[in-house]
Design a binder for this molecule. Sequence first.
Ligand SMILES: C[S@@+](CC[C@H](N)C(=O)[O-])C[C@H]1O[C@@H](n2cnc3c(N)ncnc32)[C@H](O)[C@@H]1O
Length: 243
Amino acid sequence: MTDSPAWSEADSEAFILRGQVFTPRRAEIARSLVDLIPAATDDAFTAAELGVGAGWLSEAVLRRFPHARVVGLDGSPRMLAETAVRLAPFVARVELRPFRLEDDAWLAELPPARAILSSLVIHHLDAADKQRLYRRLLERLEPGGGLLICDLVAPTSETARRYMARAWDDEVLRQSRAMTGGDALADEFRATEWNLYDYPDPTMDMPDPLPDHLDWLRAAGYVSVDAFWLCAGHAVYGGYRPA
Ligand SMILES: C[S@@+](CC[C@H](N)C(=O)[O-])C[C@H]1O[C@@H](n2cnc3c(N)ncnc32)[C@H](O)[C@@H]1O
């Protein structure tokens, strides 16, 4: 992806360095998403990750399922290079592809997947494009396969907005201290106005309320649609293609 008014290569660089502290409880997110994949440990299957970033979620899938193959897609050459380094120990089971989320071409080239995963990417689409993506992804899943997403969701009231903003700040401060021994990254999180619940940037971030996502998934034909985990505005949710 070349630089655009939305996600840029500078954003990729910043996220590679800070994502672990700025994302609340990444280890819990990875564990939840991997646990929700409808597969036994020894199954051989394909999983796809949309917006693979620096590769931590694909790595969790490859570690849990030793016979699984992962197709990782991202629009950022910087992110794909970072992921290639991180996933080098799994090179025989990984394929990295450039893609642009808003386009359609990559969808036709996705192999049938047991799971399609995505973390912190889909909120870059508007509501209509999210619904369209959910419909298109159902066709790319094996029967019984799961679309499993972690993403920022929109508050449904001013009270909820204040809560999500404060909870995210608190999580970043806790993780900054626990992971780096100091407050510098939490100070940077505030100084760079990263918390979109306090500093919305509609050119970049278009989160929608969690209940809307669940309605859209059901309307697209997914079953067992649910929200599985929620922390500081970050939700793990998804659904399954009927078996
Ligand atoms: C906030 S990062 C999340 C990365 C990773 N999934 C994570 O949770 O750490 C957003 C990712 O989506 C990619 N991205 C953003 N907008 C995109 C678009 N329109 N098309 C393709 N990739 C995009 C970025 O390159 C980046 O890797």
